[in-house]
Design a protein around this ligand. Structure first.
Ligand SMILES: Cc1ncc(COP(=O)(O)O)c(C=O)c1O
Length: 395
């Protein structure tokens, strides 16, 4: 059934049950026009992106409980709002000093030099730049299945092959398969903790993985995505920033979209050696982080009390949610993040659609994990309400 973008959004806006019965993959005209020009798997990717956007529009309807996109439900702290207000008057100027100030704040937190920091419009821009810089038709991307899909999607789009070793039975990244897949690859995407599985690998495992890849495929670069770093509970985990400073084949990305509550502001950064980051520079937009996001991020990264509060709130609501599912007899995989993966033993796609109709937006299905649901951790009040809806729907 073909649905125009306009009529689809109009019916979403009406919020009728009928709208929810529509297929969530409308064959929009824009997609059709663009699609004809793309290779086949890039066409599929394009379609998935349109579906994702439709999902997000549904999730953003007034009154929805939004536990679908791993955002921080509390937003940034009061200090960040003050910083944004204080910088409004600079909105007519291109950002210059603000970039230096944010880089200096990042250097202070990580004990690194400005040459080791690269800012991005969200970490998403840096992931994309990395795929562009390090992969090619000859040297592909290793991106496990499932993981955060943006790097793999972009690799397909530019014609770089994607090697996608499946996660293991516990939904952990299969590091041996990734080492094997990395031979001759341009880039390995190592998401730690991994989105969507919320599984994490300890310091020893990551170090050994890097050593093996360096030995068996010396030209391959490893991107360690630490978007969910602040939420990790596993004591064996440590950031890979020291590895990135010592090893030109490793770099780390971080984001302000998660614990800092700034997903809508778009700021992220990479840490690595100067020569590694320099390879990505040509693919970044100049002035890629806007004036207000710079001010917000500079304040947020130094606000330890706010970060601690957000970590605690997430921990409490996460434990509550995990206990709910485990007590009900469902397997919860990792939860070292602000989301968790639950095997609901039902078709996750249909379940998601059913929940959307009941006012709860959860994560999408991640094939081939067709019975697994990714649930982001909202506020405690949101989780209580959401679980009250999920319980009878599961039954
Ligand atoms: C693992 C991971 N990396 C990167 C991103 C992109 O985040 P942003 O571009 O908002 O920094 C996300 C977003 O959900 C993510 O889950």
């Amino acid at each position: 059934m073909a649905v125009s973008r306009r009529s689809f959004i109009a019916s979403v806006g009406a919020g009728t049950a009928g709208a929810l019965a529509l297929p969530l993959a409308p064959n929009w005209r824009g997609y059709e026009a663009l699609g004809a020009a793309l290779p086949q798997d890039a066409q599929q990717t394009q379609q998935q992106l349109e579906t994702r956007r439709a999902d997000r529009l549904l999730a953003a309807r007034p009154g929805m409980i939004r536990i679908d996109s791993n955002e921080n439900p509390n937003g940034p702290g009061a200090r960040v709002f003050e910083a944004i207000k204080a910088h409004f008057s600079e909105s007519n100027r291109y950002p210059v000093r603000g970039e230096d100030e944010l880089v200096a704040a990042i250097c202070k937190v990580h004990g690194v030099k400005p040459e080791n920091v690269m800012l991005g419009c969200g970490s998403g821009e840096l992931l994309r730049a990395a795929v562009r810089a390090f992969t090619s038709a000859e040297h592909g991307l290793v991106s496990p299945n499932p993981t955060f899909e943006a790097p793999g999607n972009f690799a397909k789009f530019i014609g770089s092959p994607v090697i996608a070793p499946p996660v293991d039975g516990k939904l952990r990244l299969d590091l041996d398969a990734m080492v094997a897949g990395a031979r001759g690859a341009g880039l390995v995407f190592f998401c730690n903790p991994n989105n969507p599985t919320a599984t994490v690998h300890g310091k020893g495992a990551v170090t050994s993985f890097v050593e093996q890849v360096n030995r068996t495929s010396p030209e391959t670069t490893i991107l360690v995505d630490e978007a969910y770093h602040e939420y990790v509970a596993d004591a064996s985990y440590a950031t890979s920033v020291p590895l990135a400073l010592a090893n030109p084949r490793v770099f780390v990305t971080r984001t302000f979209s998660k614990v800092f509550g700034m997903a809508g502001l778009r700021a992220g950064y990479a840490i690595g050696r100067k020569e590694t980051l320099a390879r990505m520079q040509p693919w970044l937009l100049g002035s890629n982080v806007n004036q207000l996001a710079l001010a917000a991020a500079t304040t947020a990264i130094a606000d330890a009390a706010h970060i601690g509060r957000e970590q605690r709130l997430n921990r409490e609501a996460r434990a509550y949610t995990r206990t709910f599912f485990e007590d009900a007899g469902y397997t919860v995989f990792g939860s070292d993040a602000n989301f968790m993966m639950v095997d609901i033993r039902k078709d996750a796609r249909a379940f998601k659609t059913e929940l959307l109709g009941k006012g709860v937006a959860v994560g999408r299905a991640f094939p081939p994990l067709n019975t697994h649901l990714r649930i982001s951790v909202g506020t405690m009040a949101e989780m209580k309400k959401a679980l009250a809806v999920i319980k009878p729907t599961l039954a």
